[in-house]
Design a protein around this ligand. Structure first.
Ligand code: PMP
Length: 381
């Protein structure tokens, strides 16, 4: 047998696959992985089908369909007063994950340090390591997961190349405030530090909160790759389509990688999505749609013994159980599947050091009946 030296020796199967597989095995209700269990809009399916039937079945242009890029640039202008040139500063990708990987590949080299805020979405650290970069985790703590920017400053070295932001954040549902953004502007002023802003949940923000895209702030925009996902926008996570926004000098390097790694992405879906998104109401109602699910789920959870953490955005609700058990969160998550038939994600999986605050993450992008059934089972705990 030929053996190869692993480039990621410490990495196994992701926690999402592990929990989903276990959920399937035990026929548990799966609130672990972040995907809807209801259908997307039929109009969208019809538009994609129409595109296929009309012959849009060959390669799209390398950076994506011109009309779709124009639509995205218009959206950024309208929502964030940010001007992105669709020809040179917008690229359609095979989902947010590919956009993140390509952005990192375009600028992270051996020895470069990247600051990430943990608990962090799990694709950042392996990608950084694969490129020879060093992950500098800043651990945030429940219940509010607030960032002390003086502490962030302490992580800066001569090798700090990038900061990764994720707001609204997966898994915590926390969002960056204007105060955070102002601190970040101050901290990065007169530096060459880049920002990768993962904004895949930009349209899922609740109550009186506002999404502070880095696109809103010229000082940050000029140093940022912004990543978005049509999977979250259109309830179609399985389509794996997204996009990246960045100023021309950064996007030029991004596209050098993109053209050889992916070249271009699914044409009929790009055509269908373009025709669908011409009506902005298709995504502007997303916050209200998920607010109803969040309120329903939180309301139901009050009947259980879990402690609810705040949820200001995204479609994740975290709960604490330290007053109920001293079990590790991974053990608790496995026990919930095996004994109660509900799958969650242990939040320690989002920390480099597997820091365990005894918190579980549930996804509430599910049908009302799914959420009701799941909580009925959780009430037995
Ligand atoms: N970033 C975050 C924070 C996510 O939660 C996800 C999806 N779970 C992604 C990126 C990836 O998006 P996509 O599915 O479009 O690759």
């Amino acid at each position: 047998m030929i053996s190869i030296q692993s480039k990621l020796p410490g990495v196994g199967t992701t926690i999402f696959s592990v929990m989903s597989k276990l959920a399937e095995e035990y026929k548990a209700i799966n609130l672990s992985q972040g995907f809807p269990d209801y259908a997307c809009d039929e109009k969208l399916i019809n538009k994609v089908t129409e595109a296929m039937k009309s012959g849009f079945n060959q390669y799209a242009p390398m950076p994506g369909l011109t009309e779709l890029r124009e639509l995205i640039a218009e959206k950024a202008e309208k929502l964030y007063a940010a001007t992105y040139n669709p020809d040179t500063e917008v690229t359609i990708t095979a989902g947010g994950t590919q956009a993140i990987f390509t952005a990192l590949t375009s600028c992270i080299s051996q020895g470069d340090e990247v600051i990430i805020f943990e608990p962090a979405y799990d694709c950042y650290a392996p990608a950084i390591k694969l490129l020879g970069g060093l992950v500098k985790p800043y651990e945030l703590s429940p219940p509010d997961y607030e960032i002390d920017w003086e502490m962030v400053k302490k992580l800066f070295t001569a090798n700090t190349k990038m900061i990764i932001l994720n707001s609204p954040q997966n898994p915590t549902g926390c969002i960056l405030s204007e105060k955070d953004i102002k601190a970040l502007i101050k901290l990065t002023k007169n530096t060459d530090i880049l920002i990768l802003s993962d904004e895949v949940y930009e349209h899922i923000v609740f109550d009186d909160k506002k999404h502070h895209s880095v696109a809103l702030y010229p000082e940050l925009r000029e140093r940022s790759f912004i990543v978005a996902s049509f999977g979250k926008l259109l309830h179609t996570t399985g389509w794996k389509l997204g996009y990246c926004l960045a100023p021309e000098n950064l996007m030029k390097e991004f596209r050098k990688i993109h053209q050889f790694n992916v070249f271009s992405v699914n044409t009929p879906m790009q055509v269908g999505i373009t025709n669908y998104l011409k009506d902005p109401d298709t995504y502007l109602g997303l916050s209200e749609f998920f607010k109803q699910k969040r309120d329903l789920f939180r309301g139901l959870l009050t009947e259980t013994r879990f402690k609810l953490l705040p949820c200001h955005g995204s479609y994740f609700q975290c709960v604490g159980y330290e007053h109920l058990s001293s079990e590790k969160d991974t053990d608790m998550a496995i026990r919930l599947i095996k004994e109660y038939g509900v799958a969650s994600i242990p939040v320690s999986a989002f920390y480099t050091r597997n820091t365990d605050h005894q918190i579980l993450r549930f996804c509430f992008a599910k049908k009302q009946e799914t959420l009701e059934k799941a909580v009925e089972r959780l009430m037995k705990l």
